[in-house]
Design a protein around this ligand. Structure first.
Ligand code: PAF
Length: 300
C-alpha cells in the first residue's frame, strides 16, 4: 500500500530523492502555496498519471508578496491539504519553513527581465515575478523533477517560468494544465475564500468579461484590440462590486500588446484582473491560431 510521506527538512527531502532517483523513474512535481482546490488537484492527478513519483510542495513564499499584499492573511489549512493530496495520489509532500528556503545570509535571486516583467501582473505587483522565479528555481533544484505542473490560470507566471527554464537550461519539462472553474465559471483560486456571498456572486463578472472579449475578438472589430479591451472592460463596469485593474490583449508568450486589427490573429491572450471586494482576481483565455480557445473545465 502506498503511504504518503510529509517532509519539511532538506535532509529528509534529499533522502526521499535518493530512493526515487535510485529507482530511475520519473518525478512529477506540483509546486503550491497550499489551501488546495480542484485546480491544484487536477495538476496532482495529471502528475500521478504521467510519473512514477509525485511530489507536491506547500510553501507560502514570502518573496512573491508585496509589502501591502496579503501574505499574513493568505489562507492555510495543512491538515485539509494533506487529506486531499493523499486521496489524489501524492507520494511526497514537501512543507519547508521560510528558514529552510531562505536561510540566514540568503542573497541570490532570479531576476526575470523584459516586457514580461513590466506589464500587467508585473506592473501591478512589483517584485512578484522575481519572488516566483526565485522560489520555483530553488524548488526545482531541491526536488529535481522530470516534469513540473502549473495551471494556465496564472498565465503570466507560466510565461515567466517557461522563459526562465529556457534561459537557464533548467532540466525539467513544463506541463501547463487548463484552468479549473466553479460551475458558474469563476476560476478556482485560493483567494476566492476571501469573498463573502455577494462578492462571490459578483466575481463571475471576470468570466463574463472574457466571454465578451472572445466574441469581440472573433468578430475582428474595426477598432482592433482596443475594441476587444473595451468589450471586456465594459462588462466589468456593469458590476458595481468590481474594479478593473487591466483588460488586455497580448501575445501569450512574450506579453507584447497586440494593437492593430492586423495583430488580431491568434495566438492571443485575453487577460483580465479586477478587484472584487477584498480579493484581487485574475483570469485569462488563449485564442489559438486555428481560431479555437479553451476556457478550461467547469466542476459541476
Ligand atoms: O502559483 C503558485 O501557487 C505560486 O506562485 C508558486 C508557483 C507555488 C510559487 O510560489
Amino acid at each position: 500500500m502506498r503511504i504518503m510521506r510529509v517532509v519539511s527538512s532538506l535532509e529528509e527531502l534529499t533522502a526521499e530523492r535518493g530512493s526515487w532517483k535510485a529507482d530511475g523513474g520519473s518525478v512529477g512535481f506540483v509546486p503550491t502555496m497550499g489551501y488546495l482546490h480542484a485546480g491544484h488537484l487536477s495538476l496532482v492527478r495529471r502528475a500521478r498519471a504521467e510519473n512514477d513519483t509525485v511530489v507536491v510542495s506547500i510553501f507560502v513564499n514570502p518573496t512573491q508578496f508585496g509589502p501591502q499584499e496579503d501574505l499574513s492573511r493568505y489562507p492555510r489549512n495543512l491538515p485539509g491539504d494533506l487529506a486531499l493530496l493523499e486521496a489524489a495520489g501524492a507520494d511526497v509532500v514537501f512543507t519547508p519553513t521560510v528558514e529552510t528556503v531562505y536561510p540566514a545570509g540568503f542573497a541570490t535571486y532570479v531576476e526575470p527581465t523584459g516586457l514580461l516583467t513590466e506589464r500587467l501582473e508585473a506592473a501591478s505587483r512589483p517584485g512578484h515575478f522575481r519572488g516566483v522565479a526565485t522560489v520555483v528555481l530553488k524548488l526545482f533544484n531541491m526536488v529535481r523533477p522530470t516534469r513540473a505542473y502549473f495551471g494556465q490560470k496564472d498565465a503570466q507566471q507560466v510565461a515567466v517560468i517557461r522563459r526562465m527554464v529556457a534561459d537557464l537550461n533548467t532540466p525539467v519539462t513544463l506541463r501547463i494544465m487548463p484552468t479549473i472553474r466553479e460551475a458558474d465559471g469563476l476560476a478556482m483560486s485560493s483567494r476566492n475564500s476571501y469573498l463573502g456571498a455577494e462578492d462571490r456572486a459578483a466575481a463571475t463578472v471576470l468570466y463574463r468579461a472574457l466571454q465578451a472579449g472572445i466574441s469581440a475578438f472573433t468578430e475582428q472589430p474595426a477598432g482592433g484590440s482596443a475594441a476587444v479591451r473595451a468589450a471586456m472592460a465594459g462588462v466589468i463596469a456593469t458590476e458595481p462590486r468590481a474594479t478593473l485593474d487591466y483588460a488586455d490583449v497580448c501575445h501569450p508568450d512574450t506579453f507584447a500588446p497586440l494593437e492593430t486589427l492586423d495583430d488580431l490573429h491568434a495566438p492571443a491572450l485575453l487577460a483580465i484582473a479586477a478587484r472584487v471586494g477584498p480579493a484581487r482576481l485574475i483570469d485569462n483565455v488563449v485564442l489559438r491560431e486555428d481560431g479555437g480557445w479553451n476556457l478550461g473545465e467547469r466542476v459541476e
